[in-house]
Design a protein around this ligand. Structure first.
Ligand SMILES: NC(=O)c1ccc[n+]([C@@H]2O[C@H](COP(=O)([O-])OP(=O)(O)OC[C@H]3O[C@@H](n4cnc5c(N)ncnc54)[C@H](OP(=O)(O)O)[C@@H]3O)[C@@H](O)[C@H]2O)c1
Length: 407
């Protein structure tokens, strides 16, 4: 490895399967062998470290073995020697696990250039077949783009809170009021990433002397986000019948709202390096990371746990949608990774920020990246949501510290 140049570091959550795994493969390919103007040759010819964040070591090891097999035919040996595949274990539903993983990341990396906030869950229960038949009969493509017939668990929470506060773990629970419980989809899809980013914020700051090289946080959104699924009085989606879509709508508003004046104060408090972190960075001014958002279109993964025969039928449906002109049915995760990876590597910062981008496929033209309309009223809600997110984060921070949980 080139010891003179600092490595470029990319952290990918949920990197053991589906889109996260594809993002890992694709960013390696595009970083070392850019094929189009959209993917400029990496300005530094240094090393690339891909850190796969997964829920277990075994999952990371298996993903690394698969990535190596994938690269054997795609990446020449010279480039291969400039790549390092690393991993870190974390459960994004558990702030305790996140704090431990963040400490490990801070120890390892002075700087993280790209974070892909990709991991997510759909709290899927079953398919409502009557609703599915109706939606499929009314609009086949829409039914396989924005399915409204996934019945999801209402009120599902993570178990972290109960482990901390409902069991006698020897701590003084009266020291401070407990932090709020966390909705299952909210925790894994949004809050876990939000908490993680703050915990590694010092690695995401760029010295003010190189503003062209800002770290980028690429949030993975969805074409399924919709203001109808989101209630500002229930930002965790705990009462929602569509907590997954609610979490993705929240993501849109947080990311796109991070540039707006109303949310700026909260964004600043969130991204400020203070206390422990301040001692780790150079005393010069530094610049926080850019928040960006992309979605993969529609791809074939196992995020919704359905039996094999339903998965086969779904894939046939996806191909039909594509044949009938849907641009969003990318189907292959590697194709779906186009927009997220482009947001990381694109030199067109002013173009990419403040907008939502999606991977798409057009028959005859192949892969493209399309701007995606966001129906939520970002300007109206951003400040309040940023404030609420900060409040939840700070309550958890205080809660964990007062519990003297191992950090
Ligand atoms: N599939 C689509 O058509 C589609 C469309 C729009 C957006 N997306 C977005 O794409 C992203 C990836 O989804 P996917 O379709 O690739 O699904 P997937 O294959 O199920 O991948 C989800 C990943 O997230 C991880 N994960 C879930 N909960 C976690 C937690 N609490 N802590 C840490 N990791 C956790 C999973 O790890 P385990 O293996 O340990 O469960 C898995 O690696 C998501 O943000 C999703 O919303 C997908």
């Amino acid at each position: 490895m080139d010891s003179h140049q600092p490595p470029t570091v990319a952290l990918i959550t949920g990197a053991n399967s589906g889109l996260g795994y594809a993002i890992a493969c694709r960013i390696i390919v595009e970083f070392f062998t850019p094929r189009t103007n959209d993917y400029p040759a990496a300005s530094n010819a240094g090393t690339l470290i891909i850190c796969l964040a997964t829920r277990s070591i075994e999952k990371a090891q298996s993903a690394i073995a698969s990535i190596n097999a994938f690269l054997s035919s795609r990446l020449p040996e010279r480039e291969r020697s400039r790549l390092e595949l690393a991993h870190v274990t974390m459960d994004l539903s558990s702030p305790i696990s996140i704090v431990a993983a963040a400490a490990e990341l801070r120890k390892r990396y002075l700087r993280i250039h790209y974070v892909f906030c990709n991991a997510a869950v759909v709290p899927f229960v079953r398919i409502d077949w009557t609703m599915a038949a109706q939606q499929l009969a009314t609009n086949f493509i829409q039914a396989l783009t924005v399915p409204r017939y996934k019945i999801q668990g209402v009120g599902w929470l993570t178990d972290t809170h109960s482990k901390l506060y409902n069991t006698s773990n020897g701590s003084d629970a009266a020291e401070s009021p407990p932090p709020p419980e966390l909705g299952a989809a909210f925790a894994a899809n949004v809050f876990g990433h939000y908490y993680l980013l703050h915990e590694v914020m010092e690695t995401l700051h760029t010295p003010a002397t190189s503003p062209e090289n800002l770290s980028r946080v690429i949030w993975v959104g969805s074409i399924e986000s919709d203001p109808i699924t989101f209630d500002i009085e229930d930002i965790q989606g705990i009462k929602s019948t569509q907590p997954y879509e609610s979490s993705k709508t929240l993501t849109d508003i947080l990311v796109l709202g991070s540039y707006l004046p109303g949310a700026r104060e909260h964004f600043r408090s969130y991204t400020t390096i203070s206390g422990r972190e301040a001692s780790m960075v150079p005393p010069t001014d530094s610049i926080p990371p850019l928040f960006l958002i992309a979605h993969p279109g529609i791809i074939s993964t196992t995020i919704v746990a359905i039996p094999w025969w339903q998965a086969c039928a779904k894939n046939v449906g996806f191909w039909l949608c594509r044949a009938f002109g849907s641009p969003w049915h990318c189907i292959y995760p590697f194709v779906g990774a186009n927009a997220p990876v482009w947001l990381a590597l694109s030199p067109h910062v002013d173009l990419i920020k403040g907008r939502k981008w999606g991977s798409a496929c057009i028959r005859g033209n192949g892969e493209i990246i399309l701007e995606t309309e966001v129906d939520s009223d970002v300007a109206a809600h951003a400040a309040r949501l940023w404030s609420q997110m900060e409040s939840i984060r700070q309550r958890w921070k205080v809660g964990l510290e007062s519990q003297r949980w191992p950090q």
